[in-house]
Design a protein around this ligand. Structure first.
Ligand code: ZN
Length: 188
């Protein structure tokens, strides 16, 4: 960006949506609740909302298939002016843990994470939620564009899992992500 004083909005040409896990990589599961399926559901809702706004979208997977972490980053790296959003659900052996978490890598990732996280907190009203940098996450550090990873709640907590399984919760996750992307696109 050479003329920052006149740049009001960021140029985003495409949003790469990365539903976590898939195929043999199940991610977390509790009973019949699988992280990989929840992540794909939310990703497809994000895709629909973004396409309704005229934003080009690429999903790193559209079905229950395995995609390596480096392939996911490589898909994002095909495009210029893209942003990358990886969607996950959390689990812990500590069943008390609840809340949403947003991870990022790099300065632009941090700004994108802040916008998305704020909307997640206001829509989902979790008891806990924080953003932090995670430099070791391959999908973030191999991706050249601004990249974040959203953990949309804990399936290991009984009451949070019940909320997560509701269509309205999954819609609110998607809407928060899209509103966050739009705020990042619009404001410095
Ligand atoms: Zn995951």
């Amino acid at each position: 960006m050479t003329c920052t004083w006149q740049a009001q909005a960021r140029k985003i040409s495409r949003v790469i949506i990365d539903p976590g896990h898939g195929g043999k990589d199940k991610g977390a599961n509790r009973g019949s609740t699988y992280e990989k399926n929840l992540a794909l559901n939310v990703a497809k809702r994000v895709e629909a909302l973004l396409k309704a706004k005229g934003m080009p979208v690429t999903l790193t997977r559209r079905s229950d298939v395995f995609v390596s972490l480096s392939s996911r980053a490589a898909i994002a790296n095909r495009y210029s002016n893209a942003i990358f959003i990886s969607i996950h659900f959390n689990a812990s052996t500590s069943t008390r843990l609840t809340g949403v978490e947003t991870y990022y890598y790099g300065g632009e990732g941090k700004k994108l994470a802040a916008h998305v996280h704020l909307r997640l907190l206001s829509r989902l009203k979790p008891r806990n939620g924080d953003t932090r940098q995670r430099k070791e996450l391959a999908v973030l550090n191999k991706t050249r564009c601004p990249a974040i990873l959203v953990e949309c709640g804990y399936i290991s907590n009984y009451s949070e899992r019940k909320r997560i399984l509701k269509s309205s919760y999954q819609y609110n996750c998607a809407k928060a992500i899209v509103d966050g992307i739009w705020a990042y696109k619009t404001y410095r």
